[in-house]
Design a protein around this ligand. Structure first.
Ligand code: SAM
Length: 442
């Protein structure tokens, strides 16, 4: 893996290295997601330091085994207990030396100083010694300080996941593993209420942001390089939102009309809900449900930013008696809880947080939710089942067994070639996603 461009000179910024080590510690030792651990770890840091801490922690989790091997070989004995955070700080140091364009001396001094911030002043010598050993053994090859981290895409996945991907996608497995370690592009969704996509592309061009539209997802724009959202024209007024192109296809496949009574299950943080509302003036409010009150706050924020509204319930969607008023729906979007194995390039922590046994449990939960929702659909109505998984147990196999159980369910093919749609990570530059369109027949 070659180095990412990074403008930070690293002369200061020990706090960002300490924050990255702390966030990684919380993911790997406490089982927190990186998106939850980072805000805690970075707290009051400057925006630039937050960005650096984020880039380092995401990067370390992408190539964790490669870094563990590199650093582990330099330690006389493993760092355990209260010293474990130092192990993660060493990974943070090694990641900078191998994968970021930060001058060696700046990366080393900021990382050594971070040991003090982490309360390990007595171990500054250890951190310094190991990072300098790494520098000696792998001198940078040219003026750009290029140094290659030996990365084996398979090795950078847990074995169970490698085997599951291999079993479900034997032809594409090695491409999937490589994509999972890549940096994902930034996709936008243009709000049709304000602009068509060509207008917004022109605004981006005027702002010096290079971008292009997707051929299938009509509102999707891919930026050639990611930018902070504040740079996006009209972002604070809801003119555009960040959403992967694969996720944007839900708004097409749900096949809604303004007259429809629509239910969005598992709706937080509201990406697909907002897309539906941006495109349609529904005659009745869309109902949106999620079990997670904290994540539902994001739905409220997103609705407010876009000046749109929906009826939002905090409930377990499978416990329909707790929230359903008894009137059936024309359309149901079920964006089911899943392994998220299609979005590993965006959330590399998934590789280390998920366990093999989670997949069967998730498949059972998805089946339970599907079966609980089916009676809520009108005859002739449609349910769109979606996951950001690439594993068959949650996708094709799940839908096949549902169709066997529910005689009133039939599949509407995605197009003339495919009954359901399994997108793999990186396909058309998008995330891994699955869609099945189910219709209720009498
Ligand atoms: C893939 S995310 C949904 C993303 C969302 N549809 C969007 O487009 O922004 C899955 C959601 O399912 C929710 N969830 C999980 N189990 C649930 C349940 N039993 N009832 C309701 N929501 C659930 C989670 O809280 C999570 O927000």
């Amino acid at each position: 893996m070659s180095r990412q461009k990074n403008s930070e000179n690293g002369g200061q910024g020990a706090t960002s290295r300490a924050a990255a080590a702390t966030a990684i510690f919380h993911v790997l030792e406490k089982g927190e997601s990186l998106s939850a651990a980072l805000p805690h770890a970075t707290g009051k840091l400057s925006d630039a330091d937050k960005r650096l801490a984020s880039a380092i922690s995401y990067g370390v989790l992408r190539v964790l085994p490669s870094l563990n091997k590199l650093v582990g070989a330099k330690l006389d004995k493993p760092l355990k207990g209260k010293l474990k955070v130092l192990h993660y700080l060493l990974l943070v140091g090694a990641y900078q030396l191998y994968c970021l364009r930060i001058k060696d001396h700046a990366a080393v001094s900021a990382t050594v100083e971070a040991a003090r911030i982490l309360g390990k002043r007595n171990h500054k010598g250890l951190v310094n010694g190991i990072l300098r050993q790494l520098l000696r053994e792998a001198p940078a090859t040219d003026e750009s300080q290029q140094r290659e981290l030996p990365v084996d895409a398979m090795q950078n996945h847990p074995r169970w996941l490698f085997e599951a991907i291999q079993a479900d996608h034997p032809q594409q497995a090695s491409d999937i593993l490589i994509e999972n370690n890549a940096h994902p592009p930034m996709w936008l969704r243009v709000n049709r209420r304000f602009f068509n996509r060509d207008d917004y592309l022109r605004q981006l061009e005027d702002s010096g942001i290079a971008a292009e539209g997707d051929t299938l997802a009509g509102d999707a724009i891919r930026l050639h390089s990611p930018v902070p959202v504040e740079r996006l024209p009209g972002f604070d007024r809801g003119h555009a939102s960040v959403q992967d192109r694969s996720a944007q296809l839900a708004a097409d496949y749900l096949n809604v009309k303004a007259s429809h009574r629509v239910l969005d299950c598992c709706a937080a943080p509201g990406g697909k809900l907002l897309h539906l509302l941006e495109r349609n003036d529904f005659e009745q409010p869309v109902q949106a449900i999620d079990i997670d009150a904290k994540r539902l706050e994001r739905v409220d924020e997103n609705l407010e930013r876009a000046g749109l509204s929906a009826v939002v319930h905090c409930a377990d969607v499978a416990e329909t008696e707790d929230w359903w008023d008894g009137e059936q729906f024309d359309r149901i979007l079920l964006d089911a809880p899943c392994s998220a194995t299609g979005v590993i390039r965006r959330h590399p922590d998934i590789k280390w947080l998920r366990r093999a046994e989670d997949i069967n449990e998730l498949a059972q939960l998805q089946s339970q939710i599907l079966n609980s929702l089916w009676p809520l659909l009108k005859n002739g109505g449609e349910l769109l089942y979606a996951t950001c998984s690439i594993l068959s147990k949650e996708n094709q196999t799940q839908i096949e067994s549902f169709l066997k159980q529910q005689s009133s369910a039939s599949l509407i093919p995605i197009d003339e070639k495919q009954k359901t749609l399994q997108l793999l990570p990186g396909e058309r530059n998008g995330d891994g996603f699955f869609y099945a369109r189910l219709k209720k027949v009498e």
